[in-house]
Design a protein around this ligand. Structure first.
Ligand SMILES: Cc1cc2nc3c(=O)[nH]c(=O)nc-3n(C[C@H](O)[C@H](O)[C@H](O)COP(=O)(O)O)c2cc1C
Length: 241
């Protein structure tokens, strides 16, 4: 499964088998995380057993079960574009996990860093964690209930404005991949414009995870349509030659 196919296959999973990843998978993610840290200045880590962070009903609302390994998406508080980088590179890890047949979920709020089990230093900020692990092919009843609460996708036409009536096929393909992107509380805020042939994407930036959702949306668009966005809110897409 390539990353484009993984965009189609991915959905948030919250019930895991409580086991470690295979050594091959764990090594793969450790190596990927190291590469990401090198190019971004983030300090993301793979934590083998983070079950304590998901054990309190008060923090998780009972939505998660069997969580064991997680990827901690963190960086120095001073890191430039911290929230957006976490979105872009965290989603890359999620799509890679999906293509390796693993379940994942973005978690920004419903965990507790009990006794610093996630290992953040004083000058670091944990933006989100990714739960990762084996899941059953069918969703549990609990997962279905949570999924139903936060489900629903905006129509592609609600995600962009253009100054031409008929947008090019590549742009439409990009927007369709954005529609499938995860977002905090499923708010689906990233909004694209195609004006004078230039693509931009922005978020209101009035909620903690808006810029993380922005990074996720940029990655989905790029995977499907090609090109590379500059960093930042309302940044421009540089198209492939
Ligand atoms: C930045 C971010 C933070 C999130 N935080 C949580 C969370 O704390 N708890 C949770 O259960 N889901 C969380 N989610 C998952 C979203 O609820 C989910 O992506 C959205 O409802 C869309 O569903 P889907 O991922 O199945 O497509 C988060 C997603 C993102 C992108």
């Amino acid at each position: 499964m390539n990353l484009l196919e993984a965009i189609d296959a991915r959905c948030s999973r919250r019930s895991y088998d409580g086991e470690a990843l295979t050594p091959e998978d764990a090594d793969f993610f450790r190596a990927e995380i190291e590469k990401i840290n090198n190019v971004t200045g983030l300090n993301c880590t793979y934590v083998e057993d983070a079950s304590e962070a998901f054990s309190s009903f008060g923090a998780t609302y009972g939505m998660f079960s069997g969580v064991k390994p997680v990827i901690v998406l963190k960086g120095l508080k001073s890191t430039s574009h911290l929230y957006e980088k976490v979105g872009y590179y965290g989603e890359k890890l999620i799509l890679e996990a999906t293509s390796r047949n693993l379940g994942t979920c973005w978690v920004g709020g419903t965990y507790e860093n009990k006794d610093n089990v996630l290992g953040a230093a004083e000058d670091e900020e944990i933006v989100c964690v990714i739960t990762i692990g084996k899941v059953s092919d069918r969703m549990s009843v609990r997962e279905k209930v949570v999924g139903a609460i936060v489900q629903g996708r905006k129509a592609p036409q609600k995600r962009y404005a253009a100054d031409i009536e008929e947008v090019p096929a590549w742009f439409e393909i990009g927007i369709k991949a954005v529609v499938k992107a995860p977002s905090a509380r499923n708010t689906q805020k990233p909004f694209f414009t195609l004006k004078s042939g230039i693509v931009r994407v922005s978020v209101p930036d009035d909620y903690r995870f808006d810029l993380t959702d922005l990074g996720i949306a940029k990655l989905h668009f790029e995977i499907a349509a090609g090109g590379k966005f500059a960093l930042g809110n309302n940044a421009v897409l540089m198209r492939d030659e």
